[in-house]
Design a protein around this ligand. Structure first.
Ligand SMILES: [Mn+2]
Length: 521
């Protein structure tokens, strides 16, 4: 299998933080201005727009809309957003804003989704889908009370709408469940405590591998991978056993894990894998299985999107159990019940196993560490840095990551959700959670914490990786042809004593299931 490309750059030096950072230029300001302008019309299109009668504009808008809807159906959301934007420029309607809102939602730009949904309801207060989009965006942002109000509006305005009633009921149940979970967690009750694995039977008809004894073995993992690769399900007893042992392991880990020099200088770092099990196995083919000589760090977003999220996470957890000091997993923004409900993992686990197994995953995810530091040099987090100055590594260490409200903590949100920007300074994120942070913010943080760089994931990149600001920020993304349609390469990083080496690779074949296959609505 061809390796596309290997690129090696020197490790960054801490002294580089002293060099003057990029200054914002007039061109940057103009670019920022342009970026905030939603019009994407070409000059010709602008002229066309000016020359048309209202009737002609409506017709032209419909043409863009047809194209946009087609792209949406093909899950090409970037292209759909462009076409909806043009359609809106020619003739803004509630339907167009509502549809673009859904595209933004698919891209996880929740603030933009919310804004568009709001415009839809303003343009046409009787357009029911606008309220659905509003409710959906609010739910993803964790604004359950607002979402409840949105669905209540549907029920009030459209008393015969069955879906509205059902959604209102769902969000009301969620609010109750959340309050209940918070109460339970405060008393330190976990679904793991009542888990009795020994009493579970394995039917004689089960053909798969058996996890016997206390310690997981490489033989078991290899057999399990082969079994799952042929699309068979590991027995739920062993799933629960892996989860329980993982829970015992992860609850003992600190929020920020320091990785020693010996491990750091040969570690492999992978970014988002997002349920692309066959591509994960390809990484192991290219780079070798995890072992004490081949340490790995998988930097979050193991689940959602791809339809083999279960297989990805159970494989990674198994290696974590086998090599606890040489296999590291960071929490991503998708290791969260809120995201899992919308982006596939919940539906997948309910289909393959049960609500109980799903609850066990949810309870485990909150214990994944939020950050790693490689040999006092590089900070590794899924998202990025913070919306305020002066945050120290000790502040991260002190975060109480598994509290029910910890995802509402600003620092936790930034670690999981932030993205770098090319302009200096801090800007609100279109995602609605976390921030955009500029190179000056990064350098200040690095200098204050005596680090040389930040390695993060969270954004799809054409080459699978991106080096920004002379290496002060590195993005790594390991899901090639993300969602079967992005056309991007995947990449992983190999560290050596003095260099950071990127290997890029393209996607491999997988069984014929689309992304989010098990997701209901
Ligand atoms: Mn992410």
């Amino acid at each position: 299998m061809p390796i596309q490309r290997v690129i090696e750059i020197p490790k960054r030096k801490k002294e580089d933080n002293n060099q003057s950072t990029k200054k914002n230029t007039a061109a940057d300001a103009a670019a920022a201005e342009k970026g905030s302008n939603t019009s994407i019309l070409t000059k010709e299109e602008e002229q066309l727009l000016a020359s048309l009668t209202q009737e002609q504009r409506v017709k032209q808008s419909d043409e863009y809309k047809t194209k946009a809807n087609k792209y949406f159906g093909e899950q090409k959301h970037d292209l759909a957003i462009d076409e909806y934007t043009k359609a809106i420029a020619f003739n803004p309607t509630a339907i167009l804003y509502s549809n673009r809102s859904f595209s933004y939602f698919k891209k996880e730009f929740f603030v933009l989704a919310l804004e568009d949904a709001l415009k839809a309801t303003q343009l046409d207060p009787m357009y029911v889908k606008g309220y659905y989009r509003l409710g959906q965006a609010n739910m993803a942002l964790g604004n359950y009370d607002d979402a409840k109000a949105n669905f209540a509006t549907v029920v009030k305005k459209f008393p015969t709408d069955a879906e509205g009633k059902q959604k209102l009921k769902m969000v009301t149940t969620l609010i109750k469940k959340k309050a209940f979970e918070e109460a339970i967690q405060c008393s330190n009750e976990s679904p793991y405590l009542s888990l009795d694995i020994d009493s579970m039977a394995v039917e004689s008809s089960y053909q798969g591998p058996h996890f016997e004894g206390e310690e997981i073995t490489l033989e078991f993992i290899k057999e399990m991978i082969g079994y799952m690769k042929s699309q068979k399900l590991l027995h739920k007893k062993y799933v629960m056993k892996i989860l329980k042992k993982s829970y015992e392991l992860f609850t003992k880990l600190p929020t920020l894990v320091d990785i020693d020099k010996e491990t750091s200088k040969k570690i492999t770092i992978c970014g988002d894998t997002h349920g692309q099990f066959y591509d994960l196995l390809h990484i192991f083919e290219l780079n070798g299985f995890p072992s004490e000589d081949k340490p790995y760090l998988f930097n979050g977003d193991f689940v959602d999107r791809g339809s083999w999220s279960f297989e990805v996470i159970i494989t990674l957890l198994s290696f974590k159990l086998l090599y606890p000091n040489h296999m590291h997993l960071t929490r991503g923004n998708h290791e969260s019940i809120e995201m899992n409900r919308f982006y596939g993992f919940t539906g997948e686990v309910l289909h393959k196993y049960s609500e109980k197994v799903h609850d066990l995953f949810t309870d485990l995810f909150v214990w994944f560490p939020l950050a790693f530091v490689l040999d006092n040099d590089y900070l590794v987090v899924h998202g990025g840095l913070f919306g305020k100055d002066g945050v120290t590594l000790d502040d991260i260490r002190k975060l109480n990551r598994a509290q029910p409200d910890s995802t509402e903590n600003e620092l936790v949100q930034c670690l999981l959700w932030s993205d770098p920007q090319t302009n200096n300074g801090i800007a609100p994120s279109s995602r609605g959670v976390g921030v955009y942070f500029g190179p000056d913010v990064t350098r200040k943080f690095l200098k204050q914490n005596n680090l040389c760089g930040v390695i993060r994931s969270h954004e799809v990149k054409a080459d699978g990786y991106q080096v920004d600001d002379e290496g002060s920020v590195i993005t790594i993304f390991s899901a090639p042809n993300y969602c079967d349609q992005s056309g991007n390469l995947g990449a992983f990083i190999n560290f050596t004593d003095s260099t950071v080496k990127f290997t890029t690779f393209s996607e491999v074949d997988h069984p014929n299931l689309p992304p989010m296959f098990y997701q209901k609505n």
